[in-house]
Design a protein around this ligand. Structure first.
Ligand code: SF4
Length: 497
């Protein structure tokens, strides 16, 4: 779409809630708007377009968006001419309700329709009176986006293929290989908000990663809700996830790090583990949510595997890659989870020896099977207590894991300037730490390239390490010797080669 008079000088603030997939979506929306003359600003106060890219996985995240929308209403009532848009999963899940409760919302776009955001904005600026069709682009929550697979693939490509590919300072990039999910875990809204799985063609993905490497990427993370479920059929040939990993690795010899998120325990093949083990530049790292250590709870969650199947996979991964870092997700307080069930989850933490976990207190989500089927009988205080007990067990495991790294030297990718002292970090729980990314977000004062600053960096196994060094190391891979280990962080010093 050519730039028009109406789209010049519009100042946009985008706030992103949720996971890496949303961070990527926000970057892609920005890449669509920037060539049309939209500028990005660091505060909603300075913006005349405020967009929220939302997450529906937890209620807390949605509450934050509702609170922002309340503030925007006051701003508009005070006469401020600001355009307010809700993008992503919450728009898809609760779009009609949002429009009724917050009639000042100017546009809605679900996760499959983000390529239409520029057109929706143009409609707003060009048209005086719009019908709802001009400002709403949703797939239809609950009827599960019945469109043809080819249409859905075109929608993804319309967004992902047009990325400008500007690499950030830390030289890390995300590439989506699949969108949607076919698993229907009983607690999860994602299959409704993001629709059925769509897998992108392998050659396009290889080309996209190559382009990012040419533009300076040092680390590419492949994204998918159940990434190991990737499979692409074309001309009688099937490309599996293992094939794709191998092909991307072989096609990008100048890429130091290739990783992927998030794995689903049931479909993880031995072939994919073999490719990881044999490919030097694929990080030995698995984020593989178990959600519970109790088979009874796993069954009610409709996860499709048992604890034994999960543990077999972990053992196989460790046999092939003894140094592999394993990260898990756990839900506490799922309906009717007994103390015995919960203790089984704690035992699982000790058995797997996770590097870290993301622990969530169960909250029923509208439209999900457990939200409709089950009461939510476990009191909030009990969920809180189980969550704290779980994090305490994991802290011991993480501390032991980190202490094993003491005095050893690791190559780390320097991501930026540490915002907080690593010893002050809180246990990880991303859904409760929303607002992960603000496009045009608050800027930190930029040091001179040779200024000595506290840097934050990541190992291949995803351990966060803080060390002091010149600011011009950001985006480089350098050796750091570990000198201090806490449960949530590591400190080290730069090793001269
Ligand atoms: S695998 Fe389960 S938890 Fe993960 S996105 Fe799909 S339905 Fe949700």
């Amino acid at each position: 779409m050519p730039a028009t008079e109406s789209s010049t000088q519009k100042k946009v603030f985008i706030e992103t809630f949720g996971c890496q997939m949303n961070i990527l979506d926000t970057e892609l929306v920005r890449d669509k708007l920037a060539p049309l003359g939209y500028e990005f600003v660091s505060s909603p106060k300075n913006a005349n377009v405020v967009l929220y890219n939302t997450c529906s996985v937890r209620d807390l995240s949605e509450q934050k968006v509702r609170s922002r929308l309340g503030q925007d209403r006051m701003r508009k009532e005070a006469g401020d001419d600001v355009v307010v848009g809700v993008l992503g999963c919450m728009a898809e899940r609760a779009g009609q309700e949002l429009i009724q409760k917050y009639p000042h919302i100017d546009l809605l776009a679900g996760p499959s329709q983000l390529d239409q955001v520029p057109a929706l904005l143009e409609n707003h600026f060009v048209e005086d009176h719009q019908s709802s069709f001009d400002r709403i682009a949703l797939s239809g929550f609950r009827k599960r986006q019945k469109g043809q697979e080819t249409d859905r693939l075109e929608q993804i490509e319309a967004l992902d293929q047009e990325r400008m590919g500007e690499i950030n300072q830390s030289r890390q990039a995300f590439v989506r290989i699949t969108r949607g999910c076919n698993k229907f875990c009983s607690f999860c809204v994602v299959p409704m908000t993001r629709g059925p799985e769509v897998h992108r063609p392998p050659q396009g993905l290889i080309d996209e990663v190559k382009r990012l490497v040419d533009q300076g990427a040092r680390e590419v993370t492949l994204l998918g809700q159940t990434i190991n479920h990737y499979t692409y059929h074309e001309g009688g040939k099937t490309t599996s996830f293992a094939d794709l990993l191998h092909q991307i690795h072989e096609a990008t010899p100048d890429l130091p790090r290739l990783r992927f998120l998030t794995s689903y325990p049931r479909d993880f093949t031995e072939e994919a583990l073999d490719v990881m083990a044999a490919s030097e530049r694929i990080c030995n790292y698995l984020h593989i949510p178990a959600q519970s250590g109790s088979n009874a709870v796993l069954k009610k969650m409709n996860r499709g595997y048992t604890k034994e199947i999960y543990m077999d996979l972990i053992h196989m991964a460790r046999e092939k890659m003894p140094d592999i870092s394993i990260v898990g997700d756990m839900i506490v307080g799922f309906p009717n989870e007994t103390e015995e069930d919960f203790v089984m989850s704690l035992e699982m933490l000790r058995e797997v020896k996770y590097k870290n976990i993301f622990a969530f207190k169960y909250s029923p989500r509208p439209g999900t099977v457990s939200g409709k089927r089950d009461a939510d009988p476990i009191p909030q205080a009990e969920k809180k207590s189980r969550n704290a007990r779980m994090l305490a067990v994991q802290q011991e495991i993480s501390l032991a894991h980190h202490q094993n790294m003491l005095e050893k030297t690791y190559d780390v990718l320097v991501e930026g300037i540490a915002k907080i002292d690593p010893s002050q970090r809180k246990p990880e729980s991303p859904a409760e730490n929303n607002g992960l990314l603000q496009i045009g977000g608050p800027k930190i004062a930029q040091p001179e390239p040779t200024d000595r600053v506290r840097l934050t960096a990541r190992t291949r196994g995803d351990h966060i390490v803080a060390f002091d060094g010149p600011a011009n190391l950001i985006g480089s891979i350098v050796p750091v010797q570990i000198t201090d280990a806490a449960s949530l962080s590591l400190k080290g010093h730069l090793v001269q080669r």
